[in-house]
Design a protein around this ligand. Sequence first.
Ligand SMILES: *Cc1c(COP(=O)(O)O)cnc(C)c1O
Length: 482
Amino acid sequence: MESHLIFKQSREGRRGITIPTNKYYKKNINEIIPNKFLRKSDSNLPEVGEQDAVRHFINLSTLNYHIDKNIYPLGSCTMKYNPKINEVVANFSGFTELHPLQSEETTQGALQIIYELGEMLRSITGFDDITMQPVAGAHGEYAGLLLIRAYHKLHGNARKYIIIPDSAHGTNPATCIMAGYQTIEIKSDENGIVNIDKLKEIIDEDVAGMMITNPNTLGLFESNIKEIADLLHSKGALLYMDGANLNALLGIVKPGIAGVDILHFNLHKTFATPHGGGGPGGGAIAVNSLLSDFLPIPYISKIGDRYQMRYDKKNSIGNIHSFYGNFLVMVKAYTYLKMIGEENLEKISRNAIINANYIKERLKKYYHLKYDKNCMHEVILDGTLQKNRYGVRTLDIAKRLLDYGFHAPTIYFPLIVSEALMIEPTETEDKDTIDKFCDIMIMIAKEAEENPELLKSAPHNTPVRRLNDALAVKKLNISFEE
Ligand SMILES: *Cc1c(COP(=O)(O)O)cnc(C)c1O
């Protein structure tokens, strides 16, 4: 049986080609694709040999920037090296050729992976239950807030507000609004963490919960997390922790024990799936026992040595994604965890933290550091010195980095640090690479002083020069030349 479409280019165009022999789809292509979209003439593909084709694509791939090429210090994104073994395993035909409607009898291996991965994640973070369905961090947040909503509804009190620190990740307030809540912003104190006294003033019985990014987007650990949880619980509210930055906590902190009620994982960040092009992701959420009955269905349970999809959660918020979520991302996370071993996870976080602090110490003489404290997995420097003295903006610094063959850090985020440069080296970079990155950052600081124009007109040697972002947003023009 022919199972896929072959868009063969012929002199006659595509007319007369039929799609699969499956009885539902046995239609002439003209009946499916409106005539106006059908090609009227040949597509004029170049006639080249394999060698030229390979060289063409290799050359293109080297114009692109990726973690296989150099450090990717994009703060908040955890662009770590993703071991190639993950891809090998995720490409096993037993995984790639599964059909979501296959019977449980024939998918035991896949169900086992989803189940065991969930168990490992629970144990790493100290929670009672988990769902693997969400497919992104923000999707996990959304599912988590639906749990909070369902929980309060069952207890007969529709609460209105979610408290969010001003150092939260941008997806947090957006998710609150999508879930139908209003947000109350709480300012960080002079140490860059949640101000407990302010929290005490704000919190009342109208507050459904709080969403806290920990470590926060200043790269700092919210050391009062237990006190925050107790305060919320004393008013019947719940604590959601954005765990996208778990790369700083693995094997060191168990948020479930610290009083957090819901936590999302970014499987594609912490647990090694290539990301950055917009997916695919995995945003599993773990919960304490209070919320277990609200989790999405289906879930997977183990009975004897068999795995089963089950639907028996009385108060479930229902499906939040079709079937099992992004299964192959789970395969990669599973491979990664099995390879490293739960007992070694702590090394990941310790190295991520050491690397970020090393950069902080090397660069703080050259770039302003608003919160001069030990940081976690990322450090937030800023370009205010360069702006005030030489009129050089953080954007210019970022563009100049491209000239030296480095990806820029995250810039202008978090919002509470002006001219922010948010640098996350991850644990997978060695000292040589980090030193090279720091050397270049120091050189750029000197260039800003001696020749600011060089930065303002950067990049100079990339395939595309500086784009006009504002114009691109207003007059988006994406077209493919034939
Ligand atoms: C990346 C990130 C998110 C969002 O995750 P997505 O998978 O991009 O939706 C949320 N919070 C923090 C702290 C993040 O770093």
